[in-house]
Design a protein around this ligand. Structure first.
Ligand code: GP9
Ligand code: MN
Length: 675
């Protein structure tokens, strides 16, 4: 038998055409992953999944054509292949422009669409032909009758193709979930979804998310916001005249203190000579500072969106969602967030963060919040020595941020998001200058070292701010974003706290520190007892800046107001008040930690549930689009552009640090974070 005959025989097999299409689609998808996208692949499992993930999509989608017979089957295979190729190639081109994957609403924003299509030609390369050669080959095979039409395949055969696709997908998904728990529920980052599940599955995920969101949105109308507005107005806490407007016109710096729980602020550990020393001496010193308000009964209220949920609350005074990150699922909503409000008052608004911009969908959400600028990892020298875990180490992060900050037009409203004190609390050995804890749990033990490192980084940043002259007219708000040590480590935490961690104690451990440094105002100079949570910070800050908030839809209450409402709902419906704590329906007395009659918690329980529900309605139905606070002028967001070359135009040349693109590995160590 000649070679030609063998080839002919193979070509005549019923499944040959299908398998050629599958293999070529698989190969070119993998090629695109490796050459076009910076996915931050950091271990062998991720490498394997990246290779595996196009297979199930190729089998599944091209498998649809197998239901048909004859020429129809071939034509349909080619059409499906072409659609998938367009999805892939559109992402390739979009990525070259935005360093991000397409998300449905973003592509339909006329501005993006116009920009990409305008420069599409420039973004296309001759070698891109590689994405289409397989389609041409398939067409040639059919046109030149190299493959001949045949009868319908047996259902058993078609069924086994789909079974194989589904089994492969299930394996893919479970390995991905093992490497990155709650990948789908929490939806961290488009990069991650593509890395673990592939460009096609990501596209489907995106379509489903958007269909859900639009359905909820479509059902709502302007009357829905009236109830909410009335409720919020009737619960408004009047600003305290002692503080209202005392920081008018000041700059604002927010610092998100990664995973920092409040117990750390006063915690001491013995040094090598047995002498006790504060883990965070700098922050500890601020608890009695004359110009700093330190709230010791302040709680995080985050859900699965962790850092992003905290950011959301601080700037919107709305609750995050019970599932997923509101940054990811509701980024297209209308908001009246702090940066946008302050923009109205002449502020420049910017975020500084040593991770890449798509994490938590920040690049999309920050536009909706009204941030002019977003200095992400592209602005920092991401050399391996300065990067650990999620990104830039805090000390070089603050150092490199200084010139960028100084380059901003004042007054500015800025946010710095730290990273080093993140689970699983690893540091470069040369950054360790504090003893680890000795509590029989590596994660808990290391937490003291990373917290200490964060404290040193903050001290250095404060020193630099003083040197720059900014310190004297800048309000600095520092807050712990969420817990650092999860319940999984409660055995060690019992040793840390020197007491059993009951459900009541566990709720108390959700305290995170809140510091508000106001240069012009004399603070009590001792820790403040007032109970509050992350939703309460926006009205507090606005009132210090002399901005009235009565007309804004917000669920928080000014922490410095005499009418401050002291109920702190957690995202799961539990809550804390000055007197009681409610956990899973059980009511506890704060003073003793004892269970008490649940009737005592009932009135608060109703308020907590009502506010969570109302806030969810605002967010899920995008109700703020029907509401305009008096005097609020929405920003023209179509001008916001976070591409480097665009942002750089406004900055003095000296402030550019590094032009490097994202390296292959974003992360040096990557534990099973997000506990
Ligand atoms: C990543 C950082 C950490 O950019 O904000 O996020 P987290 O895991 O804490 O939500
Ligand atoms: Mn965080």
């Amino acid at each position: 038998m000649t070679l030609l005959n063998i080839t002919k025989k193979i070509m005549n097999r019923k499944m040959t055409f299908f398998f050629i299409a599958v293999l070529l689609l698989w190969a070119k998808s993998y090629y695109a992953y490796l050459t076009e996208f910076n996915l931050g692949v950091s271990n062998n499992m991720q490498r394997f999944l990246l290779f595996l993930n196009p297979a199930s999509s190729a089998l599944f989608f091209l498998g649809i054509a197998l239901i048909f017979k004859g020429r129809k089957q071939y034509v349909l295979t080619i059409i499906i292949d072409l659609i998938l190729t367009i999805v892939l190639y559109a992402n390739v081109v979009f990525y070259r422009f935005f360093s991000d994957f397409i998300t449905l609403p973003v592509i339909f924003q006329t501005k993006n669409f116009g920009e990409v299509s305008g420069s599409a030609q420039a973004l296309m390369e001759p070698h891109d032909a590689i994405y289409f050669v397989d389609i041409l080959l398939l067409i040639a095979l059919v046109v030149f009758k190299v493959v001949k039409p045949h009868e319908r395949l047996q259902w058993r055969t078609v069924g086994s193709v789909f079974t194989a696709a589904i089994v492969l997908f299930a394996i893919n998904l479970s390995l991905a979930e093992a490497d990155r728990p709650q990948l789908l529920q929490r939806a961290f980052d488009r990069n991650y979804l593509v890395k673990y599940l592939g460009a096609y599955n990501y596209t489907i995920y995106d379509l489903i998310q958007n269909a859900r969101t639009s359905a909820q949105r479509a059902m709502a109308d302007s009357s829905d916001v009236v109830d909410v507005a009335n409720y919020v107005k009737s619960n408004y806490s009047e600003p305290n005249p002692k503080y209202f407007g005392k920081a008018k016109g000041d700059n604002v710096i927010y610092i998100s203190l990664e995973s920092l729980q409040n117990f750390m602020i006063d915690y001491q550990l013995p040094d090598e000579n047995g002498k006790m020393q504060y883990v965070m001496p700098f922050l500890h010193s601020l608890t009695t500072d004359d110009h700093t308000f330190y709230f010791k009964n302040f709680f995080h209220q985050t859900g699965q969106g962790k850092t992003s949920d905290a950011e959301f609350m601080m700037e919107n005074s709305l609750f995050p969602l019970s599932q997923g990150s509101v940054f990811y699922t509701k980024a297209q909503n209308t908001y009246q967030a702090a940066p946008e409000i302050l923009h109205d008052h002449g502020y420049t608004t910017a975020v500084f963060h040593g991770n890449y911009k798509s994490f938590w969908n920040r690049d999309v959400m920050y536009k909706s919040l009204g941030y002019d600028k977003f200095f992400d990892a592209r602005y920092y020298d991401m050399q391996p020595d300065h990067v650990i875990n999620y990104g830039m180490e805090d000390k070089p992060f603050f150092t490199e941020s200084m010139p960028l900050l100084k380059g901003l037009k004042q007054p500015f409203y800025t946010k710095f998001i730290t990273l080093s004190n993140h689970f699983d609390f690893k540091l470069d050995p040369e950054d360790i200058d504090f003893p680890a804890g000795d509590f029989g749990d590596g994660v808990v033990n290391r937490y003291f070292q990373t917290a200490h490192y964060l404290d040193e980084a903050l001290k250095q940043f404060f020193t630099d701010l003083k040197k720059s002259g900014l310190y004297d007219h800048t309000v600095i708000v520092m807050y712990g974003d969420h817990y650092g040590i999860s319940e999984n480590h409660n055995k060690a935490m019992e040793k840390v706290m020197g007491q059993p961690i009951t459900p009541f104690e566990n709720a108390q451990l959700q305290r995170v520190p809140l510091f508000i440094h106001v240069p012009q105002v004399k603070s009590p100079g001792k820790p403040i007892e007032t109970y509050g949570g992350e939703v309460d910070v926006r009205p507090t800050l606005m009132h210090l800046l002399g901005i009235n908030t009565k007309d804004f839809i917000a669920f928080g209450s000014d922490l410095l107001s005499k009418q401050h409402r002291d109920i702190v709902p957690f995202r799961n419906g539990d809550f804390v008040t000055t007197k009681y704590t409610s956990v899973k329906g059980t009511c506890y007395l704060n003073a003793t930690g004892e269970k008490v009659d649940s009737k005592l918690c009932k009135p608060y329980d109703e308020i907590a549930k009502k506010e969570l529900e109302m806030s969810d309605k605002v967010v899920n139905s995008d109700l703020l689009r029907f509401y305009k606070p008096k005097g609020f002028v929405p920003m023209d967001k179509s001008k916001i552009d976070y591409r480097r070359e665009v942002q750089d135009k406004d900055m003095p040349p000296s402030s550019f640090i590094n032009y490097d693109q994202q390296p292959e590995t974003t992360t040096k160590t990557m534990g099973t974070e997000g506990e």
